[in-house]
Design a binder for this molecule. Sequence first.
Ligand code: ATP
Ligand code: MG
Length: 395
Amino acid sequence: MNKIIMIKYGELTTKKANRKFFIETLTRNIERVLADYNVKITKDRVRMYIEFNERDLSGILDNLKKVFGLHGIVVASRVNNNIEEIESCVLDTLKESKDKTFKVDTKRADKNFPIHSMDFNNKIGGLILKNTSLLVDVHNPDLIVHIEIRPEGTFIYTNEIRGIGGYPVGIQGKGLLMLSGGIDSPVAGYLALKRGVDLECLYFDSPPHTSIEAKNKVIDLANIINEYSGHIKVNVVPFTKIQEEIYKNVPDSYIITIMRRMMYRIASRICQKNRLKVIINGESIGQVASQTLTSMVAINSVTNMPVIRPVACMDKLEIIDIAKEINTYETSILPYEDCCTIFLPKHPVINPDVEKCIKYESTFDYESLIEDAINNIEVITDLNTKSNNDFSELL
Ligand code: ATP
Ligand code: MG
């Protein structure tokens, strides 16, 4: 009998045509988070197995809990498909149990095994009754003794850790996350990663109006969500000139609308340049003047790129709950200014008119400013993927 980690893929097994790609991507992502451990990974269409050193178990489990596409994690005892070995392993597993009631749940995936699942439940149930003080309760047991009889061996376990679900990061390609230092955009990024979309980030930096601390905060946030990806980099766009020109040339109430149209223009071009499929941001319907539906239409009209807004229909409190779960909240609420807040007018328009936007934009040469900004992007690739965040609340 030896211990082995058994991974259940869950949701992705329903995507039959792409299953191989899903599993390959998931395997790569698991290999990445376990790179520091001495493990052996094997897999088939329904299960993945990880052989490990006993002393590494808790570290390995902590890392697996951050891998999307992974629905169940089980530390099982593995024996041969042999009745005596299974019986002895079950009794050994229950030796220390303090529970009062149990049931047995056998899955017989190896059809060569001579006893059917129900009969085997009864047989093992009888064995447990005879050898321990546990009682049967099939409806609400304290303990379920799982016995999975598969062609590659029999796996016996009583606990299953829930994985964080979703799809393996990368199976959908990459999107561009507009990452500010606020609460919403890191959560939007996390939710996109959860659906398998890997990310590059884009941050609009306006020194000296915004500080180095504001920029570092964005890098810290990128770092936290990078725990789920490992490939995230941050494109820092020098946005000062564009903002100043907008401030000089555009009526107060339209400053934010035009500024956001410029952000979208730049984001679209970076997507084309870096082959990113979608723009992702933290806009939430109605949260501020630039996020009314009419504002979104006026701002969105500068691009043909799909814009995914994972938190569009969430309440702020719901977004905050996720931010706390994923440990971005404490960083997000640090009080550094954002380029959206420093030039915030007293009365931003809530129903902007596209014709007016176009008219105001024609008063300055934004095309060359955008080109300049894109040519001077600073790309930060050196994110520390190993920060010590505790994701245990996610379970
Ligand atoms: P957040 O809490 O994420 O900053 P918010 O409520 O402050 O959101 P806004 O400031 O209006 O909302 O911005 C909406 C979205 O636009 C952000 O969630 C983010 O995706 C993007 N955004 C805003 N400012 C920046 C910036 N300086 N750099 C990159 N993206 C930005
Ligand atoms: Mg903001």
